[in-house]
Write a protein that binds this ligand. Sequence first.
Ligand code: G6P
Length: 613
Amino acid sequence: MCGIVGYVGARDATPIILGGLKRLEYRGYDSAGVAVVNGNQIEVRRDAGKLSQLVDLVSKSPLKGAPGIGHTRWATHGAPSVKNAHPHLGNSGRVVVVHNGIVENFLELREELTSEGVTFNSDTDTETIVHLAEHHMAGGLSLEEAARRTFNQIDGANVVVLISADEPDKIVTARIGNAGGVVIGLGEGENFIASDIPAILDHTRKVIFLESRQMAVVTKDSVRIETIDGGEVKPEIHTISYDAVSAEKGEYRHFMQKEIHEQVRALTDTLAGRVDFQEGRIRLPELKLTPELAKRIQRIYITACGTAAYAGMVGKYLIEKIARIPVEVVIASEFRYSDPIVDENTVVLAISQSGETADTLAAMEEGRRKGAIIWSIVNAVGSQAMRVSDGSISMQTGPEIGVASTKAFTAPLVDQYMLAILLADMRGTLDETNRRELVADLRLIPDLAGRVLDREPEVEKIAHELKDIKGCLYLGRGINMPIAYEGALKLKEISYIHAEGYPAGEMKHGPIALIDEEMPVLCLAPQDPWHEKMISQIQQAKARGGMVIAVATEGDELVAGMADHVMWIPKTPWMLSPIITVFPLQMLAYHIAATRGLDVDQPRNLAKSVTVE
Ligand code: G6P
């Protein structure tokens, strides 16, 4: 959700903050704002709409000074407008706040503050924070103590950053619950605060992550961390290895397109150091899996949201097939409410690109509470999901900026395939020949990915023909059924065309009624164990007059003879096929949206990192 950047040091804060916000715009783009301490005053610039609006405003009406804080918003309380844009000033104009999360008791606090004579200038829950802090400072408290008291008064999951013209040497920040991360970047004579690492990577690689219920007082030369109750905290300093360059668009028109193409490298990196082709073995040291633990596991719950959940559905097939452990996939926002049957022999495996999705973190907490073994497959280095896990597999994809997830979908497919082999190996349920074959197949992935990507111009042509469709049905079966869901999600989220993923065998129980010449049917029909069944599905769709677009294996004359359009994939071992069949669907959605002239990287109403429940 919202993106936050803060700077304290000798330089002007505004360019640093705007540069950082640019890297965080994926978190929200309803409005943006920046506030700096200039001499004895706080100055604020805010605008509705995307960050570029704010950049224009600042160029017309420049800001000087430091410290400063900035924000890019994904609206929850209060419409996207200038008055609701952060930062929010207190009535004295001496304190200013940016915030991510929801102050759940804001109505009550607002009432109390109003009765004391405070004027509210927005419809946000955020504004209560600055008025409370201001009130405590007026009562004689320092910014730090006023902030601490405020943090203890607000309910819900929240990240807060405050500065004051009365104490212009510092920024005070806190993280309470799962409202997104707070990264403190350590510089020389300057320090940074951000919601996520890419925002500060231009300036430093040394970072500290705030845990829940911790607050930090950051000056240009010091960072002091405590719990919000005053407890001592000894922070760990992490060094981040990936660089900011990979968070640039390069030669591509959109981040999404760049990230689709980066999958060859991402998948190569996913295998690197983990696959021993000589021995035919998998090594995942960060998972801390031992043969004893592997043998103890009786059930795995995979929990995730959105695209990550569809990756988990493929994982269910792989783990059940290879390791013969029962797996259930539960959408994270439902996990807590489904009273899952969890004990110490159960694994809760969370999949998350950001590692900050509030529902996923809540599901992990529920697993922890019930005594489960907690694992995660996460992209964002140092994120909360990674930190709270007993073991994890880190996706080797680098930063993903496009709101529609692509490389953070295919990487966990490979991770789960490797996990399945490792589990089976340690449980002694996989014979050597099979194990060696499964491991050897992994070697093919980067080449297969490269070959399917080379077919982008063909997919683009089909996209041009389909650009005006009103809806699309995506059908898949078996291990490729989740790919139908994911393909449909990609299309709807960036092109605003209604699309529905469906298990192909269920088509005759309802969705077939939708098929006419207006309703294209996308059929996933690679050479997998469900190929014949998919052929009959294509026939059924054709018999009802539907236009069929198929994803099929090169040389498949049968499909070529029936479908109106074919998007070809190279011959792929079937258990790895979802990694390859999804590529044409990503490219199709991308080109349909791009041809329609839509904002592919920042689709309306969406945010990449959803840190509210
Ligand atoms: C948002 C994003 C999706 C993503 C989902 C889960 O809805 O727009 O692309 O799949 O959150 O995010 P996560 O970071 O947990 O993978």
